[in-house]
Design a protein around this ligand. Structure first.
Ligand SMILES: *[C@@H]1O[C@H](CO)[C@@H](O)[C@H](O)[C@H]1NC(C)=O
Length: 469
């Protein structure tokens, strides 16, 4: 009631102002009018204001806001929500397809992004899907998936880091080449501005900490290149923690390693989002216990609904919400319906979103498709053009526009901004870049002929791996 009265008063004063200015025009056009004539004109003006105050309520309602949308017109409501709030997807693997099929060459006729691609993402699909922002996955596979049950080579970082740099390069070149619809961003403010500019904000995520060369220095450089989230593991253990696929293969869930704890601290200091998709349940819990900032699941689902170990169990969903984080739901058939992947539909995705929303609330759920990263997509969610249909189905099930704005983009933007704030605070406190290194590291060096800085280094020189300098 209070709000309504205030609003009516504001509307009345707007009318007053415009009536007064109209009257001023009339009066200036009648400079020769006598005092009594002016009084008469003023009287008409006042009467007009009174009449207007009586009549304005229905009139201004239609002037101020567009006609209210029929609540059951889900398509119209969705269009309104997604044209005023960016829908931001946590995970799309198009850069990896460009690598696989084009060896990163996009400046030729073969890359028909504008006229259409068989895969999930192209210009028309992006526009039809009302995509408002995208974390492009700069994915490079594990040296060996832990599903093979063999030891994964840990100290083999060179090519994964190089190839990750290539994925970052192609993502930026792709965004630049189609800069009429995309805009590269490395902070949450820019993500909002891109949407306001009518562009699809384009951000970088790295899908596995095996991609950072076992090195916190490399991590810092990847941040400087614009990467804003890293998935703690992909389908292999790395020097930081245990992958879900390792536990699926029957091995022990060791959670984070001691070096992984240093990694979490450095991610917080930098303002890089910690992504817990693909990690084991103990790794999820360890990161949630240690992280000073909210964490994300860039593409996951609810373990309560699908018993795949890379999905998040309810205690983890709750801990993620308590930390202010986000669970972005994926569209991968074999995870949504492990019993019968071919039967997966858009309704399974709705079920996972609904489960998270019911358990922890609409502030902590979002969308992370894995489009272009999975060979089969659910019926009804075939490609990027189908996001509106997903929002419509959530409305049909009872979600409000306000809840769906959070789901579409507000939640991930809030998390991102909070991660930025935590980093700002940590850096203001004076914490230095983390100099921890992985103890299993082979230090490739050549110092047979190098001078020494310290007396106790005498006799500790190592034989050259690469020949004399
Ligand atoms: C965010 O990114 C934009 C665009 O790159 C940049 O101009 C701006 O300075 C950045 N803001 C912060 C706070 O870093």
């Amino acid at each position: 009631m209070e709000t309504l009265n205030t609003r009516a008063a504001a509307v009345a004063s707007d009318i007053l102002t415009s009536q007064e200015s109209n009257q001023a025009v009339v009066l200036s056009g009648a400079v020769t009018a006598s005092r009594s004539q002016r009084g008469w004109l003023f009287g008409i003006g006042t009467l007009g204001i009174l009449l207007a105050s009586v009549l304005i309520s229905p009139w201004t309602a239609t002037q101020e806001a567009p006609a209210p949308i029929d609540p059951t017109d889900y398509a119209a409501r969705t269009k309104h929500v997604l044209s005023t709030t960016p829908l931001i997807d946590g995970h799309n693997d198009l850069p990896y397809l460009i690598r696989n099929e084009l060896k990163h060459q996009i400046y030729n006729d073969k890359f028909t992004f504008n006229t259409g691609l068989l895969s999930n993402t192209d210009r028309q699909k992006v526009r039809d899907g009302m995509l408002g922002g995208q974390f492009w996955s700069c994915y490079i596979h594990c040296p060996k998936d832990s599903e093979t049950k063999e030891d994964v080579p840990l100290d083999e970082p060179t090519w994964t880091l190089r190839d990750t740099l290539e994925q970052i390069d192609i993502t930026k070149r792709f965004v630049n080449e189609f800069s009429d619809i995309f805009q590269f961003c490395s902070n949450s403010t820019c993500a909002r501005e891109a949407f306001a500019n009518g562009k699809v904000g384009s951000f970088i995520g790295i899908e596995g900490a095996h991609q950072i060369g076992n090195s916190l220095a490399s991590l810092r450089q990847l941040y400087d290149l614009g990467a804003r989230y890293i998935t703690t593991t992909h389908n292999c253990d790395n020097v930081f923690g245990t992958a879900a696929s390792t536990v699926t293969a029957g091995r022990e869930d060791k959670g984070l390693t001691p070096f992984g704890e240093e990694y979490v601290a450095e991610m917080n200091r930098l303002g890089m989002m910690l992504d817990l998709s693909h990690v084991s349940h103990e790794t999820m819990r360890d990161v949630l216990r240690l992280s000073e900032a909210p964490v994300i699941f860039s593409h996951t689902g609810a373990y309560a609904l699908s018993k795949v170990l890379r999905f998040a169990p309810d205690d983890v969903l709750k801990a993620t919400a308590e930390k202010g984080g986000i669970i972005m739901i994926t569209f991968v058939n074999r995870f949504l319906r492990p019993d019968n992947p071919d039967a997966a539909t858009i309704h399974d995705v709705v079920d996972h979103i609904w489960h998270v929303a019911q358990l922890v609330g609409w502030d902590y759920v979002g969308v992370g498709s894995d489009f272009d990263g999975t060979p089969v997509t659910p019926l009804g969610l075939e490609d990027v053009s189908k996001y509106p249909r997903l929002v419509e189905l959530l409305m049909e099930r009872g979600a409000t526009d306000e809840q769906l704005r959070k789901f579409a983009g507000e939640n991930i933007l809030r998390v991102w901004a909070e991660v930025e704030k935590v980093a700002e605070r940590i850096q203001a406190e004076g914490r230095k870049p983390n100099e921890a290194y992985w103890e299993g590291r082979t230090w490739v060096r050549s110092d047979m002929n190098a001078p020494i800085m310290f007396r106790d280094s005498l006799g500790k020189r190592v034989p050259s791996y690469l020949g004399n300098p």
